[in-house]
Design a protein around this ligand. Structure first.
Ligand SMILES: O=c1ccn([C@@H]2O[C@H](COP(=O)(O)OP(=O)(O)O[C@H]3O[C@H](CO)[C@@H](O)[C@H](O)[C@H]3O)[C@@H](O)[C@H]2O)c(=O)[nH]1
Length: 420
């Protein structure tokens, strides 16, 4: 480890949608000269490998708290998983206190609220990392503050940390980023996104967040044979499984619409999801490419042949779709996804509603079929707007607003080490 640069502890919440963007941020911090220890569970250590092999100033801190995949407790609810992480309070405290040059700050996922008390005990600031957007943060904050049952003394969530980093960019969420700053009462709010893998790393996009279930070159070769913007990419992130009824409706719409498509189907250990109808692959033939398991999403979205993305509006998918300039068809199912869809469809006009709601909602077959056909062939105004936003996104990370925010974040973190 370098002896001069500021040493930071980065602690992602152990789930793909949270680890992926925080590791992308870690890479940016490393390239700007910070020394970083990343806390990961044993099952996620492999995701750190690309950073470990390319940067000398990063170290893993492998601690197990969250249930490991395949263990009987792996099916814990999200709040239970969050609570389980707090078992690491003492191990981190001990690691910190025995370290010759301990971190000057903790950058931890917004789910890991307990790390605020840990940071206070250790006398270092905590920066909360938001893998979801500033609009979602504003909505959550106002719900929290205005719930009638919340005692008046309750501290507002966005007030707590010393600073906050968003995987977002000013041109996408300016009004909400400003709102969060106002709520926090200071300006240590940095929008550094979209956080993406480096595009000069050929293995990065293909294996980002997991090993691709299909050789990436096979998907790319299939895409090479398709017309520009003619392919619909369907993926609902790392957690969502469609029910049998939803799977059947989507399969029928893809079949009837006659569009080219890549459909990424997550098949989780719990096996509650629906499976693709028998004979479907044969009936759609060369038109369809099915990925059972982890797809190389960023590489797919970046291909010139992909023009449409049916998404559950997980925030990473939203930003990856915007950065690729593809037309987003929204199907939010839970968490912040309804808020994200509202921002995209109603406020920014970048996307079109496809369906909405969790397990009970099934899309209307006729409407979804029409929407798929029209989106893959027509020129909708949303497509133009999303392309404008793509320009804004790339400008932001190539010297614009996100680069400036990242520089300032690094500067503030570096100042902390000078004060020791
Ligand atoms: O086959 C796959 C599936 C997913 N991904 C990647 O995995 C990430 C998935 O993240 P996201 O699109 O945000 O979806 P979730 O995994 O559902 O993310 C959770 O975390 C997000 C960030 O807080 C929230 O916005 C979501 O609502 C929440 O479900 C993205 O980077 C995808 O590129 C792949 O590369 N291949």
């Amino acid at each position: 480890m370098s002896n001069t640069s500021a040493h930071i502890l980065v602690y992602p919440f152990p789930a793909p949608g949270h680890i992926i963007p925080l590791l992308d941020l870690t890479r940016l911090l490393l390239t700007r000269g910070l020394t970083v220890t990343v806390l990961v569970s044993p099952s996620h250590l492999a995701l750190l490998q690309p950073l470990l092999s390319s940067h000398a100033s990063v170290q893993p801190l492998v601690l197990s708290s969250a249930p490991e995949p395949n263990s009987s407790s792996a099916q814990l609810s999200l709040p239970a998983k969050i609570r389980a992480t707090a078992a690491l309070y003492d191990p981190i405290l001990q690691w910190f206190r025995s370290h010759a040059r301990p971190p000057v700050a903790i950058v931890s996922d917004f789910f890991l609220g307990w790390t605020h008390r840990l940071a206070t005990d250790l006398g270092v600031p905590r920066v909360a990392f938001w893998p979801s957007g500033a609009f979602a943060a504003s909505v959550y904050n106002s719900l929290w503050r205005d719930l009638p049952t919340i005692p008046r003394t309750t501290i507002r969530p966005t007030r707590i940390p010393w600073g906050a980093v968003f995987n977002s960019f000013t041109e996408l969420e300016r009004v909400y980023i400003d709102h969060v700053k106002k709520e926090m009462g200071h300006k240590k709010v940095w929008a550094v996104g979209p956080l993406l893998p480096p595009n000069d790393d050929p293995t990065g996009p293909a294996n980002r967040g997991g090993s691709s279930a299909v050789p990436a070159h096979e998907v790319m070769t299939w895409l090479d044979g398709k017309r520009d913007e003619s392919v619909v990419y369907v993926c609902f992130g790392s957690r969502v499984e469609l029910t049998s009824e939803q799977t059947e409706a989507l399969a029928a719409a893809l079949e009837r619409s006659e569009v080219n498509f890549i459909w990424c189907v997550q098949e989780h250990a719990a096996g509650r999801g629906g499976s693709i109808p028998e004979g479907f692959g044969k009936r759609v033939g060369e038109r369809g490419f099915i990925v059972r398991g982890w797809a190389p999403q960023v590489a797919i979205l970046s291909h010139r042949a992909v023009g449409v993305f049916v998404t559950h509006c997980g925030w990473n998918s939203v930003l990856e779709g915007v950065a690729a300039g593809v037309l987003l068809l929204t199907w939010p199912m839970g968490a912040d996804q309804f808020i994200d869809a509202n921002l995209l469809v109603d406020q920014l006009g970048l996307a079109v509603r496809a369906c909405e709601g969790g397990v009970k909602n099934i899309p209307n077959l006729g409407e979804l079929t029409r929407l798929l056909t029209e989106s893959a062939s027509g020129t909708r105004p949303e497509r133009t707007r999303v392309k404008e936003m793509r320009e804004a996104a790339w400008n932001a990370v190539k010297g614009g607003s996100s680069t400036r925010d990242l520089d300032e974040l690094v500067e503030k973190l570096s100042e902390l080490s000078k004060n020791i």
